[in-house]
Design a protein. Structure first.
Lengths: 65, 408
């Protein structure tokens, strides 16, 4: 499983970093998403899909390797 | 275009529609509209202009996510909902909320690093301290008290003043302004005067922060801008104005309404009292359930677009009702029930798209702290008046309570 993210779309809402700080962070310079763990364990899948659904610009997705 | 394109319906009821049933619910008419006429016209009470409303979750997301929708208040078709006088509007440096890319993108990126999830979480100890002080004062005073004046207003106001680096003595002045900016019933003269007074104040504030930077959001945005040179003095004033507008009144309103919603659902309140780790999820559900900025998500079309078979022409205004979207049973099961165990993911209470509320993570932390502390320190808290007798802000752009008598 791999997290796909689109930094060009990202508007820095930080909803992902707020909900899953162990997986997402925000760039100190422009507030946009940083993915700390690009290939998290399968146990995180549902939580990541949930934050992806709450992303205001739908910049996150999960794909299988 | 498909063959199903329809023309505008003839009737256009006055907007905002009334909340005739339980005041914690959005207007009941939304439910009928979602089923029968999900894209329809209304007449703005403030101006008499006809604009579109969209009511379903997918439609609201479509409008707010579309590059063919502008947030520019100065475009003639934009559905302004407060009586902003034309001469004031003409010279107004538009706030972030009223800008489109690429201007919006540059300014948002200047601000967002100051409001990251991590920075907002770092404020938690201070928010806790301020909350404790106000609850101490409530307890010392003894019930009944007005929760709006004792807690809901002062806590976020003080946190906000500290965040942007202005002294607590400014709280009342800023709050009065923030309230005027969402008042549909203010006269254009009053609006213009309030706007001018605040503009002068903020001009001075930005100059002061440029000359003597402090440890605050505004100073850091200004200092960073000195290096990049992307923003002008007036841009920074507009940014400060938007922070005030967005950060003052909103949180106070949701603290008041959220307290009522939790007290009215005692079984769920008992659960979060017993296990405060449930609170963040409960808070997210309260955002969905209460949707206090229901009609603040407005746009004007810059191209003809079709939404579910209805043609909206370039230049026409649209209010994408996030409060209706958040009660859409196509997206949320049993949407009129408050359910703290619900996955409220995908709610649109902070808007959607590139304008989504940049302060959302601050409000999340504030509500978590305030509700957890309030109900743990005053576990017997109850309303001191029946819900039907409470004074709700039916006339305001941001929904809330004027006062909330509570006792214990």
């Amino acid at each position: 499983m791999r997290i796909r993210y689109d930094r060009e779309r990202c508007v820095g809402s930080g909803a992902c970093a707020f909900t899953l700080p162990e997986i997402f962070d925000q760039d100190e310079d422009d507030g946009r998403v940083l993915v700390l763990v690009e290939r998290p364990g399968a146990e995180h899948r549902k939580a990541i899909e949930d934050v992806a659904a709450s992303c205001p610009v739908l910049a996150l997705s999960v794909e299988d390797d | 275009m498909t063959a199903e394109v329809t023309t505008a319906p003839i009737t256009a009821p006055a907007f905002p529609l009334s909340r005739s049933r339980c005041p914690l619910n959005p207007p009941q008419e939304y439910e009928r509209l979602r089923e029968e006429q999900s894209v329809s016209k209304v007449t703005l009470r403030v101006s008499g202009k006809q604009v579109w409303i969209v009511t379903r979750h997918d439609q609201v997301r479509q409008v707010l996510g579309s590059p063919d929708m502008s947030s520019n208040w100065k475009l003639p078709g934009y559905p302004l909902q407060v009586p902003l006088p034309p001469d004031v509007l003409e010279t107004l440096e538009l706030p972030l909320v009223a800008m489109d890319p690429p201007d919006h993108t540059v300014r948002r990126r200047a601000l967002i690093p100051e409001l990251t999830a991590k920075r907002m979480q770092a404020l938690r100890p201070r928010i806790q301290e301020v909350t404790n002080q106000h609850i101490d004062a409530m307890l010392a005073k003894g019930g009944p008290v007005d929760l709006i004046q004792e807690l809901a207003v002062p806590v976020p106001s003080l946190v906000f003043c500290e965040l942007i680096g202005v002294g607590g003595e400014n709280v009342d002045f800023f709050r009065r302004y923030a309230e005027q900016m969402v008042n549909r019933d203010i006269t254009p003269e009053e609006f213009g005067a309030a706007q001018y007074e605040m503009e002068m104040h903020l001009q001075g504030l930005v100059t002061a922060k440029t000359e003597n930077p402090g440890d605050d959001v505004l100073s850091r945005v200004i200092a960073k801008n000195n290096e990049t040179g992307e923003l002008q003095h007036n841009d920074l004033v507009a940014l400060a104005r938007m922070l005030l507008f967005g950060g003052f009144d909103t949180t106070a309103n949701i603290i008041g309404l959220g307290t009522v919603a939790l007290l009215e659902n005692p079984a769920q309140l008992a659960e979060v009292k017993a296990d405060p780790s449930l609170m963040p999820k409960a808070v997210e559900e309260l955002f969905r359930y209460l949707s206090i900025s229901d009609s603040a998500t407005a746009r004007v079309a810059t191209k003809d677009i079709e939404i579910d078979g209805v043609l909206i022409r370039a230049g026409e205004g649209i209010i994408a009702l996030n409060g209706s979207a958040n009660r859409d049973d196509r997206f949320f099961a049993d949407p009129d029930a408050l359910d703290i165990h619900r996955e409220a993911k995908g709610h649109l209470a902070f808007g959607h798209g590139n304008h989504q509320c940049p302060g959302a993570n601050l409000v999340r932390v504030e509500l978590d702290v305030v509700f957890t502390t309030l109900f743990s320190r005053i576990p017997t808290l109850r309303l001191a008046a029946p819900v039907e007798e409470l004074e709700f802000k039916h006339d305001q752009l941001i929904y809330g309570l004027y006062s909330l008598p509570v006792t214990w």
